[in-house]
Design a binder for this molecule. Sequence first.
Ligand SMILES: Cc1cc2nc3c(=O)[nH]c(=O)nc-3n(C[C@H](O)[C@H](O)[C@H](O)COP(=O)(O)OP(=O)(O)OC[C@H]3O[C@@H](n4cnc5c(N)ncnc54)[C@H](O)[C@@H]3O)c2cc1C
Length: 474
Amino acid sequence: MQLGSGGSTSATNTSAAEPLHADVAVIGGGVIGHGIAWEARRSGRSVVLIDDAPGTGASWAAAGMLAPVSELHYQEQELLELMLESSARWPDFAAALADGGAGRETGYLSTPTIAVGADPADRRTLTDLREVQQACGLVVAPLTIREARSREPLLSPGISCALDIPADHQVDPRMLVASIAAALARHEPGSRTAVAGAENGYEIRENAAGLLWDGGQRERVCGVRLAGGGTVRAAETVVANGLAAASLDGLPDGLKLPLRPVYGDILRLRVPAHLRPLLTATVRGIVRGIPVYLVPRQDGTVVIGATQREDGHSAPSAGGVYQLLRDAQVLVPAVAELELLESTARARPGTPDNAPLLGRVPLGGITAGQGSTVRHGSTAGRAGTAADGGLRATVAGLIIATGFFRHGVLLTPAAAAICRGLMDGVEDKRWHAFRPERFSAGRPAAAGAAAPGNGTPASCATGTVTFDRDKEPA
Ligand SMILES: Cc1cc2nc3c(=O)[nH]c(=O)nc-3n(C[C@H](O)[C@H](O)[C@H](O)COP(=O)(O)OP(=O)(O)OC[C@H]3O[C@@H](n4cnc5c(N)ncnc54)[C@H](O)[C@@H]3O)c2cc1C
């Protein structure tokens, strides 16, 4: 169904009297909202993206590591499958943006990652983790210190070990958001994708206040009520506003979105000409048990991150900045000579099981025990065709896409593809573990059931290790 009617592509016009009309309304303009909006557009739908400050949330801070191998954690096998799926989608996703976009670079690089340990205990940690990664079929190859330093001459000769991880890549999230925004602002002549009244034919620089429902039965969401009093009418509404998703008015009865802010401090530094390139690969290290990473960008800057703290402080922490610089210099002593450009802190949208809340919501309110029921044969509301053969009656016109925690950039192409599938009436059972209602009605269900925010050990077949959870600043 095409509701977009073309027309003006200039300033937003969201007066209460004149609702805007689009096929798809996406609430939230981080990497996830942008990715979903663009995929919906690529399917021929008209789209509006609603956000008063797009790109300034967690996506602004993110290092952009696309790291399914390094990010493996205990009992997160479903999440690993989703991360691998998304990682595999990245090359085409970036290429399609380059082809169909407005000529803006995404900063996608298929350069590898090298994991390094500082002392013997860090080496043991990485060696144990490698066993688990291998048990999961992931490729992690030991390097001698000499081999590692011939690839990255500025690595310290004092490191205790190095491992090559060829499948972990990177993208620049700020460039990515700008690139998708430019692609969304492009409307083919004669197409019906430009939404009349939206800036650039797709943007609404205002926050959403809540969901609009069609009638009193609460079977169909039909758009968005804007904070300024205007409305957007849409066949599909996607809730993708990160941590703020739970505070929207009019969410389905009983739906709990247990999001929590997990703050991260992260630094951006400029490498002086005589030290370029500081690194060619991303370096992920453990220094006396504490993770740190260095992500080199093509523009001669490097990103050093990141802490993980749940102290509620939204400003960068002095202790966190100190810890990052201290540990990065242990691995790459030349870090001391870089120019510090920026320290940033943002909150990752965490969930109890560290996995996203992604999918449609069951119809008729969520009651005790209903958690993630598949109702066979019911066709009330919108019934997606579940790949397990049943029809699951869900609220029509509503998709939830939040809680991407540490992996939102990596998971953008998969989230976008899953949402497009749902809009097309297809639900892939591989992703049922991420259904957004799994924490509603008192269910302790979890996609992999890792404890929240801990230093999580990983295990596919056997073995337990601890790796790469960002730690609190000392
Ligand atoms: C320090 C740090 C490093 C990270 N590194 C990586 C990494 O290397 N790789 C990786 O994959 N992930 C990384 N992440 C995680 C990643 O940043 C997040 O998972 C991702 O950005 C989540 O994207 P999002 O679009 O859901 O949320 P956000 O980027 O937070 O976007 C949400 C948007 O919603 C908007 N909004 C809020 N309320 C409303 C409303 N009422 N109406 C409309 N809009 C609203 C906000 O303005 C914001 O633009 C990192 C995060 C941090 C903090």
